[in-house]
Design a protein around this ligand. Sequence first.
Ligand SMILES: Cc1cc2nc3c(=O)[nH]c(=O)nc-3n(C[C@H](O)[C@H](O)[C@H](O)COP(=O)(O)OP(=O)(O)OC[C@H]3O[C@@H](n4cnc5c(N)ncnc54)[C@H](O)[C@@H]3O)c2cc1C
Length: 581
Amino acid sequence: MAGSEDVPLSSSTGGFEGAQEHLSHEVVVIGGGLAGLRAALAASEAGADVAIVTKVQPLRSHSVAAQGGINAALREDDSVESHAFDTVKGSDYLADQDAVLVLTGEAPDRVREMEHWGTVFSRSEDGRIAQRPFGGAGYPRTAYAQDRTGHNLLHTLYETALREGVRVYDEFFVTKLVVSGGQCSGLIALDVKEGELHSIQARSVVIATGGYGRVFARSTNAVINNGDGAALAYRVGVPLEDMEFIQFHPTTLYGTNILMSEGVRGEGGYLVNSEGERFMERYAAKAMELAPRDIVARSIQTEVNEGRGIDGQPYVHLDITHLGADRIKERLPGIREICIHFAGLDPIERPIPVQPGQHYSMGGVACDVDGATEVAGLFAAGEAACVSVHGANRLGGNSLLETLVFGRRAGFAAAAHAEAAPEPREAELEAALREEVARINEILSRDSPIRAGVLKEEMRELMFHHFGIFRDGPTMEEGLVKLRELRSRMAEAGVDYHGRVYNQALIGYLEVEFMFQLAEIIAISSMAREESRGSHYRLDFTERDDDTWLVHTMAYQTTDGPKLEYVPPTLGTFEVKERVY
Ligand SMILES: Cc1cc2nc3c(=O)[nH]c(=O)nc-3n(C[C@H](O)[C@H](O)[C@H](O)COP(=O)(O)OP(=O)(O)OC[C@H]3O[C@@H](n4cnc5c(N)ncnc54)[C@H](O)[C@@H]3O)c2cc1C
């Protein structure tokens, strides 16, 4: 690339231009989902001038889709220690135990705070917040708003953020972080509506961009969940942690992979195979359908692989007909609607066909309990981050909780950092803006029939089949070769639309670039880990190996591709044991 001063801010060929307007805030949060909104509210409460930059309007963030609920020890006969123990055991002992205690310790306050701000939680007979059983939990501690918990929480936080005067840049797509002298000084974002690139100066930046589920086919995630923030952080030298741990949810609607919440089993749903058996008895005799997700997903896949899928098809039945119409209508109205509209069946009368699908990203931007990363002024929170509280397998209901607990902490830490940080140097942002203008106009100038969207679909299928629920060395090696071949074609891919306003073709291209980067890290991290732990199950190394592999994977960017390092998790409160349910 030419020296940045040689590149004009505007293009005579009608391409993208750099905006002249100078945008600056003390704290900038990337992402308007639950983690981003909670971080922005905390930073604002701490007195910082804060703005949210988000590629979709905040209420379209994926948090809105969360169904089943949020965990907190709210009752006298439950405790934050039991919640922590369940979380650590569920993580297959890879979670950092100090971070888990922060998560569970702050949970009751965060849930009650949401209720005070306006979230309408479902109630139990005694008038208190109702809680349902969830997988891997020794107590029914998942608070919920019917089966639309994320919708309720997100609307509450968005209204609160508007009330507090948090500035929101809607439909601004972040393409690059700017780091100079080891300090994050802002970012470059494309205003999708206007087709202009902006530099936004900031003393602290919080990455709250959600997960990278769409790297896999059969995902319950929205099309916007491409892992942009993880890739952005990786490119400025921050390690990505535990990227091999991908959660496959046991119950997604066959054919569409829309989530059938764990709340369905929490309310008493059965899993049944072609022989009419409640087969979970074979895999988790005590917990049955409410074993942790990694175990239930593998059990369903085993039933299918061994020929006990319904009518020889790759699905089993999730049966709630015995719950009765009243309970289904009261507790699971959203699930019923989805089944009626997308599968043409009413679960009051007929069982739901389900299969496992990609659902959650346990790995992400390595950070501490205050969201701080290895780059000063750069923080992370929510599904984009790896604190790590989920280790090798997340328990249902702990992710919504993570967004609130660690979003808030990251917001406060970002505000404190901003107060003490030096004024960012404008020249570096200006140079980065010029480079991004040039990079994007080069992509638009390509005359090529290759399309990123086509390569993406091939990549997603490949990732599901080569790095899926069951893994083994040769299959993964073959997958990595194919992945690299596909990725090499991205350098030539062009876009169909060259206009500046709402250029979704360009956004799509940039997202796919992020996704390929993450896919390679997932592949290499998975191949290196020669054991089975949580969601990472290898047919060629079926045992957990604590002597060698009770470690977090840290992937760093180098010119030769990802370099892996390993660090031990924080232990000390709960003894590492075999996981039996
Ligand atoms: C169907 C479904 C149901 C779920 N149900 C539950 C549940 O019941 N309980 C539970 O605990 N967990 C649940 N989860 C998980 C949980 O919902 C998510 O982990 C959580 O909501 C993620 O929140 P977040 O704020 O980190 O990210 P998101 O809500 O995904 O928000 C990401 C934000 O980042 C922005 N963004 C991304 N990239 C860019 C970019 N390049 N530039 C600018 N902005 C960008 C987006 O615009 C968006 O605003 C569920 C997940 C799914 C898929």
